[in-house]
Design a protein around this ligand. Structure first.
Ligand code: T4K
Length: 374
């Protein structure tokens, strides 16, 4: 296959070598212990606490259930202020807890919730804020903390995209009351499927552990209406392997991301996401906004697809415009988020993406842009 015919998807899961994984899971055949908080689960839990620089962490079967159960553990009622510019999971976790999402607009420079617009949405029913570190851009954590303190609100971050990020050396999962990380195959670090909640109040640990195991509290007692959200031993084993390589993986992503940045920054009509000083980024996604470029976002998407390059429109449509929400929320006043949903394309980015491939993607976009402007 010619290099220009090779299919390039938006991401490609990072995996250890076949031999490394097989060696890792061998002991499971001795113990036959495959799930329910086994040895691999517990080792990964400790390893991740250290890597993420958080004091309290509980593993889950996936990021979505982690977020749902973090919200359940907070015992909230009423409204939750959140972003419309995210994956379905964020709003679904709120609604599935019988809470009402209130959509706050986002910032143009990094697509995170606009903290200056939160206060005007607070009512006497507001219980919490669920911001998202979307694409790995860290939210305005200080402003959000000040608002939460002033109005006695809980803050639960959706940090699905922010694995391993730090702000001035502090783990991103230490902000707010809790943070959810996703370890899905498409993420910077994966356990095939998986997730975790990092949290501030250590007394939540017992409750979260009960909730993920049906609310069972003893041999003959069930005190909570929990679910089944346990990470199994094979997932944890994949995590233990991937954790050994995650720094190397982030370095490789960084190289491809830097190539995109150097080729695309300063091009009229193309806007790249701002990077803030003091943040250790993980290069999870590379979003590009086409605003007044010679091609629209959708034209760039189609053009790349003709070259077997499958970028993605994360996050289109906007959550309030989903079929399941539009009746109630399509009127949400979120113009910046609407514009982002129309204009942003996330380019392929993963550890194995070669710098030359990133370069070729830029060539395709820039050459077509030049042709159109003639
Ligand atoms: N909050 C936010 C902000 C999130 O973005 C997500 C998940 C969540 C919460 C919930 O976390 P989890 O419960 O998922 O842990 C993908 C992922 O399924 C989803 O985890 C992720 N966000 C979302 C942004 O992207 P799709 O429907 O776009 O995935 P899919 O199947 O099209 O895969 C994308 C590309 O990834 C493929 O083209 C190739 C590559 N891939 C995919 C899979 C499944 C692999 O290389 N290996 C694989 O096994 O949702």
């Amino acid at each position: 296959m010619l290099p220009e015919e090779k299919e390039i998807l938006v991401t490609r899961a990072s995996m250890p070598s076949y031999e490394e994984f097989i060696e890792e899971i061998k002991p499971i055949w001795d113990t036959a212990w495959m799930t329910n908080m086994g040895e691999f689960h517990n080792r990964l839990n400790e390893g991740l606490k250290e890597y993420l620089k958080v004091s309290n962490l509980i593993l889950f079967v996936n990021g979505h259930m982690a977020l749902e159960m973090a919200l359940q553990a907070m015992n909230l009622t009423g409204e939750v202020i959140t972003t419309p510019f995210s994956f379905a999971s964020t709003a679904h976790a709120i609604v599935r807890n019988n809470l009402t999402p209130v959509f706050c607009d986002i910032k143009e420079d990094d697509y995170t919730i606009d903290a200056d617009k939160i206060e005007e949405l607070i009512t006497d029913r507001t219980a919490a804020i669920v911001p998202v570190h979307v694409y790995g851009a860290v939210c305005d954590v200080e402003k959000i903390e000040a608002i939460a303190r002033k109005y006695h609100l809980k803050v639960i971050y959706d940090a699905a995209h922010a694995f391993g990020e730090e702000v001035n050396g502090r783990g991103v999962g230490t902000f707010g009351d809790a943070s959810m990380f996703s370890f899905h195959a498409t993420k910077v670090f994966n356990t095939i499927e998986g997730g975790a909640v990092a949290f501030h109040d250590p007394s939540l640990e017992i409750l979260l552990n009960y909730l993920k195991n049906f609310g069972i509290t003893g041999k003959e007692s069930v005190e909570y209406i929990g679910g089944n959200a346990k990470m199994n031993e094979f997932q944890a084993a994949m995590g233990l392997c991937n954790l050994r390589h995650v720094d190397e993986n982030i370095e490789k992503r960084k190289k491809a991301a830097e190539e995109y940045r150097s080729r695309l920054s300063g091009v009229p009509g193309i806007r790249l996401m701002d990077e803030k000083p003091g943040v250790r980024y993980n290069y999870a996604y590379f979003p590009v906004a086409f605003e007044g470029f010679t091609l629209t976002r959708n034209q760039v998407y189609d053009l790349l697809a003709q070259h077997h390059i499958f970028a993605r429109k994360y996050f289109y449509p906007l959550i309030p415009d989903f079929d399941c929400y539009k009746e109630q929320f399509a009127g949400a006043r979120v113009p910046v988020a609407r514009k982002a949903a129309e204009n942003v394309l996330t380019l392929p980015l993963y550890g194995e993406l070669l710098v030359e491939e990133a370069d070729r993607i830029c060539d395709i976009i820039l050459n077509a842009g030049r042709r159109e402007s003639l």
